[in-house]
Write a protein that binds this ligand. Structure first.
Ligand code: GLA
Length: 691
């Protein structure tokens, strides 16, 4: 690993407005068009654009021969128009001449096939040639534009891992061995960690170790897990390499790389620690009426990656994407409410891919702010209205989201439950569990932050842990301390199962969490596909699909849910234990959405937190605050009207009108209510249509 120099300083993005704009690709258009772009950008209220993300070949057409002229002119035009620049280091994809001169820098897939040029990101993250050239290009960009007055921040690479997040070439194998030697010291350490006596896998030389290419059968689980960790770290090294160059040449300019929401392949906690600001690209599926729920989870993660600091939505779509099988456009009004949702969740920007819709290439059917019909296009009319409306929300910039509930996001457990091939069931997946648990809290009216498995938890009343397959003592200790001090932890199934080397904890699950939860898992009890069992919960009957466990509970544990059918009938399913002044819950089953609501209502009640009585998954309320004023965003993600009950009166910043009591919003409606800061997090309940 590159030595990471701890840098506590966080540089501010140089922009004094909410950022509004998008990816800009002027090198796909004539200079005449640039002037029209600037005119229309001003009309639309654009304050920032991102470029030149994929332009390395246009900036260095031959090795060492640069053509800066066109970019100089574009940057000057933008600056003269008052538009800030999210300047890419242009290293998102290599020029063809680089790959042809060094074919060994290309990526390989798990079957050992080299991936061809002709798309983008045709590089192996571990390649020394690639790294050397990335550092060279980054330095050239920083030296040329580091003092440009329009520069707002550095945009490093682009969506690391979008196409190639893992590489199985021989260079990657060499790098993997170095990474393993760092982790385990010597070969005995590695053999011990990987449990090589199973299936005769003992290694007698480092050179015998390879990245896990396709093998005759299931691959060693620790090897698979380490490959996930290594691959995330290899990309992180690449990121750090650019950061180091930029810090040296432009020490005061903020750096970022744009994330891909809840992206499995890279541990964003590690990435976010290295950058100044979190930025995200978000593409909720327009065809999915509940895609805003997933978006809320993603945005909760984005604001939490740097401890609640505002982040930037750097890309979204003005209407349809072009990379899905079927690319459904967004209905009128949806762009606005989806964009305001990101701001509600802590984004200080609304940006799109891309400014002007392409006429050629892979993304010509991807919507843009300025559609093929130019200023007459619906997307332009809607984004222009939005850009101008955002000016009314300036005071929200820099404020932080208020939340009482956090969800543990842990990449190790995500990888463990998805990379490892031999598990009790492939139906229990970390990401699905996280989404289901988040959805329940969202539906009950809570904005949910993300938190690491070892905390810090003190800011919250309730911490939910949908799945922590890989758990250690430090995490268990942090949860215990939180509960003893009055916190409430809810742990999901198949948690505390293995340690960091994929070895089952002594005595089985929940391993280090046993003392806190007061239960033991005798056997995991996955259900056959299609089988749905039942459990009794507090007078209700709830469905149990896919997964259950045979658990034994200590005498001081309260059994809240009991299996009501199948082999496990009469046995505990959901437990609660009082510890100190808090409580520790264990949910040993997977649950359907209704059952999740029943259980989480109970959790919230016992934690002293409110829960919506009348629920509507489309009605979302999130509050940001600066400590003096609370800004409560009311959002209707559906087409039917919804009615929110305000706890305090205020002013709707979008309309300037006073707001009090019940606020009704029509389809895709939104309001942003400014009211004096309340001591406890404002809770917005809903009024049933017939109330
Ligand atoms: C990603 C990329 C962009 C573009 C968009 C299209 O977010 O960063 O370059 O391809 O997807 O949705």
């Amino acid at each position: 690993m590159t030595q990471h120099r701890d840098d506590e300083r966080v540089r501010e993005v140089r922009i004094d407005a909410l950022a509004f704009g998008g990816d800009y690709n002027p090198d796909q258009w004539s200079e005449e068009t640039w002037h029209e772009d600037i005119r229309l950008m001003k009309e639309a209220g654009v304050t920032m654009v991102s470029l030149p993300i994929f332009s390395w070949p246009q900036l260095e057409p031959e090795p060492g021969v640069y053509d800066w002229g066109w970019l100089d002119r574009v940057l000057d035009l933008l600056h003269a128009a008052g538009i800030r620049i999210d300047l890419a280091t242009a290293t998102a994809t290599p020029p063809s001449w680089l790959l042809r001169a060094h074919p060994e820098m290309g990526p390989w897939d798990a079957e050992g096939r080299r991936l061809e040029f002709g798309s983008r990101q045709t590089y192996c993250p571990s390649s020394p040639i690639w790294r050397e050239n990335v550092a060279r290009m980054t330095r050239a960009m920083a030296e040329r534009y580091g003092e440009h007055p329009g520069l707002a921040m550095w945009h490093i690479s682009n969506e690391y891992g979008d196409h190639v997040s893992r590489c199985w070439c021989s260079e990657s194998s060499r790098h993997f061995r170095r990474w393993l030697a760092d982790r385990y010291g010597d070969l005995d350490g590695l053999n011990e960690a990987w449990g090589v006596n199973v299936w005769g896998q003992r290694y007698t030389s480092w050179d015998h170790i390879e990245v896990p290419r396709t093998a005759p059968g299931p691959i060693n689980p620790t090897q698979l897990l380490d490959f996930e960790r290594f691959s995330s770290d290899a990309m992180l090294e690449l990121f750090q390499l650019e950061i180091d160059v930029l810090r040296e040449v432009t020490p005061d300019i903020a750096v970022t790389t744009n994330f891909m929401s809840m992206f499995r392949d890279l541990d964003y906690w590690d990435f976010a620690a290295r950058e100044d600001i979190v930025t995200d690209d978000a593409y909720p599926e327009p065809a999915d009426p509940a895609s805003h729920v997933g978006a809320a989870l993603n945005y909760g993660l984005m604001r939490s990656l740097k401890g609640g600091r505002p982040w930037l939505l750097l890309e979204s779509s003005a209407s349809a994407t072009s990379w899905r099988d079927v690319n459904v456009p967004k209905a009128p009004g949806k762009i606005r409410v989806e964009s305001l949702q990101a701001v509600a969740h802590g984004s200080d920007s609304v940006m799109f891919f891309q400014w002007r819709q392409a006429r050629y290439g892979q993304e010509k059917f991807h919507s843009s702010m300025l559609g093929h019909r130019g200023e007459r296009s619906r997307s332009f009319q809607e984004t222009k209205a939005l850009g101008n409306e955002l000016k009314r929300l300036e005071q929200v910039r820099g404020t932080r989201v208020r939340s009482r509930v956090a969800l543990v996001v842990d990449w190790d457990s995500w990888w463990g439950s998805s990379a490892v091939e031999s598990l009790p069931s492939q139906r229990l997946q970390w990401a699905d569990q996280a989404r289901a648990w988040h959805r329940a809290m969202h539906t009950l009216g809570h904005a949910v932050d993300a938190v690491r498995a070892a905390g810090p938890f003190e800011e919250y009343d309730v911490v939910v842990v949908p799945n922590l397959y890989i758990a250690d003592q430090a995490q268990a200790d942090a949860m215990r301390a939180f509960v003893e001090n009055g916190g409430h932890v809810v742990v999901g199934p198949f948690s505390g199962v293995v340690d960091a080397t994929e070895k089952v904890h002594e005595g089985g699950a929940p391993g280090p969490l046993r003392d806190l939860l007061g239960i033991e898992v005798d056997e995991q009890w996955p259900l056959a596909d299609g089988v749905v069992e039942r459990a009794f919960y507090d007078g209700d009957t709830i469905d149990v699909p896919c997964w259950a466990e045979w658990i034994e509970a200590d005498a001081d544990v309260e059994v809240r849910g009991v299996h009501a059918s199948g082999v496990l009938e009469g046995r505990p399913a959901i437990t609660r234990r009082t510890v100190g002044s808090g409580s520790a819950w264990y949910v040993s089953t997977m649950l359907e959405p209704e059952g999740m609501l029943t259980v989480f209502r109970d959790v919230l009640r016992s934690a002293g937190l409110p829960a919506r009585r009348h629920v509507d998954v489309d009605a979302e309320a999130v509050t940001r605050t600066d400590g003096t004023t609370d800004y409560t965003f009311l959002l209707n993600h559906g087409t039917a009207p919804v009615a929110f009950a305000l706890p305090a009166s205020g002013v709707d910043l979008l309309t300037g009108a006073d707001a009090a009591g019940v606020v009704e919003l029509g389809g895709y409606g939104a309001a942003v209510i400014a009211s004096p800061h309340a001591a406890s997090v404002p809770f917005i309940s809903l009024t049933a249509p017939n109330e």
